[in-house]
Structures are given as structure tokens and as C-alpha cells.
Design a binder for this molecule. Sequence first.
Ligand code: WQD
Length: 335
Amino acid sequence: MKVLVTGGTGFIGSHVVADLLEQNSEIVVLDNLRNSSREVIDRLRSLASTEFDFIEGDVRDTQLVREVIATHAVDAVVHLAGLKSVSESVRFPLDYYDSNLVGSIALLNAMAAEGVYRLVFSSSATVYGSPESTPITESHPVGRVENPYGRSKYFVEEVLKDLVASDKRWSVAILRYFNPAGAHSSGAIGESPKGTPNNLVPILTKVALGKMDKVFVYGDDYPTVDGSGVRDYVHVCDLAKGHVQALDYIFSESGLHVWNMGAGRGYSVMEVLKSFESVIGKSIPHEFSGRRPGDVAECWADISKVKRELGWKSDKDIHQIVQDAWRWQSLNPEL
Ligand code: WQD
């Protein structure tokens, strides 16, 4: 199997590449390095002690993508390239629709032109909007999304549904991530957002390192176990394994398949913070502040469908997540 991984130098992408290399898959990575760096490629090559091809480029460059697919005899694509900050998408919606929606359509056109019809697509639990109930199953309504990032993912899902319905040659897996976190146990790859992080776990590691003063806990008055927001944190390495399993699946099954990728349980902000304190052995300065606009009280996955159909579940718990995130940050204080 020869796999094209778009966005392969990003947080999720680099872990998917690492896992594919571990399975001795032949891969080629395409990334425009807008939200990552070429150094990740060097780290992956040394981690896997194997060579693989990397092309700096954009999925919207259909001619380039066609050349990559033809030259490397690609059989399937794992599409992770895209922008993923909810707050940034509100400020720059056009950028998000161009990168995520136009980029996906350009990739699909290049794939079809080269006769490649197998795709694993990186989607997000954000397509569920504010959940009517939790845990959330794949049949929960989608599309009532309050931000351009989530809407761009929802639109691509709708494009994929229509495409598969129009042409039986397509085999597509849509993976709806909940809250990816953690890092590869080697500490060689991890989450290194450019600029100030938005997400809880990288903020915790930056505060623990002293690069940020404190964590602001956004809301202590939610109807949850301790008043703070509850989310489904899934270890990025478990998530990467889910991509490899989804790839295998679409080689034997055609059609459209949608799966939640979460741990299947929720942790509150304070539970994550306390878990982090126990891992690093020191307290984390924090202050309760108002709710963050757009946040929901709780959001976590029902993973019975992905367990039943794909045989996937996450094995690493929140302690492993914070332990691996801390190792990554400690070994890479400049990132
Ligand atoms: C987690 C919890 C916050 C920071 C986002 C995207 C989602 C997906 C994952 C791409 C919430 C609280 C956070 C802080 C806090 N990304 N928090 N203080 O918002 O659940 O999901 O990232 O697919 O699309 O929406 O993740 O890590 O920002 O927040 O109290 O400084 O931590 O309120 O309860 P979120 P998050």
C-alpha cells in the first residue's frame, strides 16, 4: 500500500506518519508547512530510521497533487492538511473555507483524475455543534455549527457523502476527532502550535514550564462534576492507530464510513489539571474566569460504533496523555 499523507508534519499528521512507518507502509508526505516546520520530517526520519518522500506543497495545487500521486503510485490518501483553530476561523473565515473546503475539493479532483478512490478524512466533533445529549453517537445531528472551522469540516463531509453516492468506486472513512492530546512516547514529536496555544493541554505544559503565568479555567458554573467544562481527551497515538486501521478497512470495504474518534469518556478541566499536577509533582497556578464564548458544558463520544465496525478503541488514559505531553514539552522547551 502506498499512502499519501497530506498535512503529515502537523500534530495529528506526524503521529499518523510515525505509525504508518512503524507498519512499514510506503508513504509520501505533502505539506505546505504553514502551521508546522520541515524539522518534523527530520525528526520522523530519525524516529523511524527509515526514508520516506516529503514534498513541500499545497493540496490546492491540483497539478502538483496529480504528479505526486502518479509519480509515487499512490493507492490511498490520508487527508489531514487544513487549518484547525476555532477562534482563528471566526477572524479569518475565507482562509478556513479556502484551506479546508476548497483544498479538499481540489484533492478529490486530483485523486479522481489519477484513478485513486480511497480516502481517510480528518473531521471533528465540532460538526455536532452544541450537543443535544452526551455521549454523542455518529447519528447525532450535524451541521448546526457555530464557527467557520466546524462548518468547513461539515461541508467537506457533505461533499464526501454526495461523491460516494455518485460513484461506487469511492471508499471513504470520515474520522470525527474529539480532543486529541498527548505526544509520542519518544518525546520526538508532539503538539507545537505556532503562537499562543488555544487548547488546554499545551497551555498546561507551557504554564508548567513557566512560559505562561497561569491557566485561566473558563467557567466553574457548568452543570458538570465540578463546574468546569468536560471534554473527551484522546491520546494522539491512539488516534494515529485509528487512521491506520481505517486505511486497512477502506481497502476491503467501499462506500462511506463515519466514526467518532474519542476515548469514550469525559474529563473536566479541573480533573485534567489535577492529573497534570500529580504527573509533574508540582501545583499549576490557575484562576477561574468567565465561560469562553462558544464553549459547551460537556462533549464526549459514544465509541460503540467504531469499536464494533473498526475494532478500534483508545488504550491510553488521561494520565498517559499528560505524562507524554509533559515529556514532549520538557524535551522541547523552545517549541
Ligand atoms: C478544552 C476545555 C475549555 C483552555 C477545540 C476545538 C475542536 C478541536 C479540539 C479541532 C474546555 C477549557 C481551555 C484554557 C480552559 N480542534 N479550557 N482554559 O474547545 O474542547 O475543542 O480543540 O478539531 O474543534 O473546538 O478544546 O482544549 O480549547 O478546551 O478552561 O486556557 O478546556 O473551556 O472546557 P475544545 P480546548
